[in-house]
Ligand binder design. Structure first.
Ligand SMILES: [Zn+2]
Length: 452
């Protein structure tokens, strides 16, 4: 049985064989830490965590590296808004990110290099590119990568340089030789954060960070490079160009990209705004449910996020939890083999979850043990049956109580509906409130309410 991975660069599934027997080096682009993580970040975290967990289960020794981008315009802007040093903002967001990740049941990467701790290495890589003629300093002082010096520029995204130049002709920095050239080092403007370098005071561009840190951690050529869907272009295209122009050898051997998380604006419920961050999502749903929801889709497919979809995931996951055995026993080896076949086919987690439901309907002790064993490989069922059910219950109890503000808002909405003679809408609000134990009393002075 061979492991197949869809390689974005080859645009097809390829047999996977690591550079060194039994060992895998994987680099995933991490977060820019200026705000709380949202479900899109959670998806990348969970997708690669499940992949790494499976590769380890399959016997590989995996070195999982994920960077932290702690130098970025968005970071400096947000820190300025808050009037705090940027390092205070990034420290806060990194702590929050680790907390979210822990809740999602993700194992920590083996290494989390931070951009601010690796500026020297980026400067060295830029000097190397300048020495080789693959980079130049413009009249503004900014250093650019010369895309003309890398003939296969565009190979990851299957784009031709000529077409990209057409598209980039508007808004071109005047000191660039070519509109598609991109910045490696930005000269500091007055008041900005800067680091000293042989090309003057400034800071590195974002792309160079990942080339420098991934090669430092894993070598010039390594097995897998991954990231979110929006990073294919230009970020990963530029990483390839910088790295391969500098070393003259293949950068990453397999490119993996997670799919997007979509929120259908039209279907967005009022409460959805609360779900933007993982932190807010966890107030309504158990983190294991969120992880299960994410694994229900193949890591490369787009996910449509809605309230209903999460509620359905919650029901489904609770069903699996309920059939779990109290103690782990030996799972059925044929079932484990089937699981492995599904995962070997480019990590097909939706098919694996379907297999778990087939097992659940068998209602045997052996099937239950297989559900537990397989789920654990994917990082599910981490709280344990008893804990999950009681945590779930506690969460429901907290959320079942409508706040006074929410009740007042609904009473006002009902009043408005009545004033507009929309009695069906008004009645529906009253019925919904009654169902939640809120009693309305209409009187001469308006509507008052109390809890039953
Ligand atoms: Zn990156």
């Amino acid at each position: 049985m061979s492991l197949q991975i869809f390689d974005t660069l080859a645009r097809k599934k390829r047999n996977f064989s690591p550079l060194e027997d039994g060992q895998i080096g994987i680099y995933v682009c991490g977060m820019t830490v200026y705000d709380r993580c949202h479900l899109g970040h959670g998806r990348v975290m969970v997708a690669f965590d499940a992949i790494v967990r499976y590769l380890r289960f399959r016997g590989f020794e995996v070195n999982y590296v994920r960077n932290i981008t702690d130098v970025d315009d968005k970071i400096f802007e947000r820190a300025a808004e808050r009037k705090v040093p940027f390092t205070e903002l990034t420290a806060e967001m990194i702590t929050a990110m680790h907390q979210d990740e822990k809740y999602l049941g993700c194992q920590m990467p083996n290494l989390e290099p931070r951009a601010t701790a690796n500026i020297d290495s980026m400067i060295r890589l830029i000097s190397r590119l300048i020495a080789q003629g693959a980079a130049y300093r413009g009249s503004s002082g900014d250093v650019y990568f010369r895309v003309r010096a890398f003939p296969s520029y565009g190979k990851l995204n299957n784009r031709r340089l000529e077409d990209m130049m057409e598209g980039a002709r508007v808004a071109v920095a005047e000191d660039k030789e070519n509109p598609a050239d991109f910045v490696l080092w930005k000269t500091a403007k007055p008041g900005e954060e800067f680091w000293d370098s042989e090309f003057g005071a400034g800071r590195p561009g974002w792309h160079i960070e990942c080339s420098a840190m991934s090669m430092d951690a894993l070598g010039d050529t390594f097995d897998i490079h991954g990231g979110g869907p929006d990073l294919k272009f230009p970020h990963h295209e530029n990483e390839i160009a910088q790295s391969e122009a500098a070393t003259g050898c293949t950068f990453a051997r397999y490119w993996m990209h997670a799919g997007a998380v979509r929120v259908n604006e039209e279907k967005m419920s009022k409460s959805l705004k609360n779900f933007v961050t993982l932190d807010a999502l966890f107030k309504n749903f158990h983190p294991e449910v969120v992880r299960f929801f994410l694994l229900q889709s193949h890591y490369r497919s787009a996910i449509s996020f809605s309230d209903d979809a999460l509620v359905q995931a919650e029901t489904a996951y609770t069903r699996l939890i309920q059939v779990l055995p109290d103690e782990a026993t030996t799972p059925d080896s044929d079932t484990i083999f089937e699981f492995q076949e599904l995962m070997d086919d480019d990590f097909n987690t939706p098919r694996v979850l379907a297999l778990l439901f087939e097992l659940a309907s068998k209602n045997t002790e052996e099937a239950a043990s297989s559900i537990l064993a397989i789920g654990r490989v994917l990082g599910l069922f981490t709280s344990g049956k008893i804990n999950f059910l009681s945590e779930q219950q506690a969460l429901k109890a907290v959320n079942s109580e409508l706040s006074d503000t929410a009740v007042n808002a609904l009473v006002d909405a009902r009043q408005k509906a009545r004033a507009e003679h929309d009695f069906a809408a008004a009645d529906k609000i009253r019925d919904d409130l009654t169902a939640q134990g809120i009693v309305l009393e209409d009187g001469a002075g308006g509507t008052s309410w109390h809890r039953k």
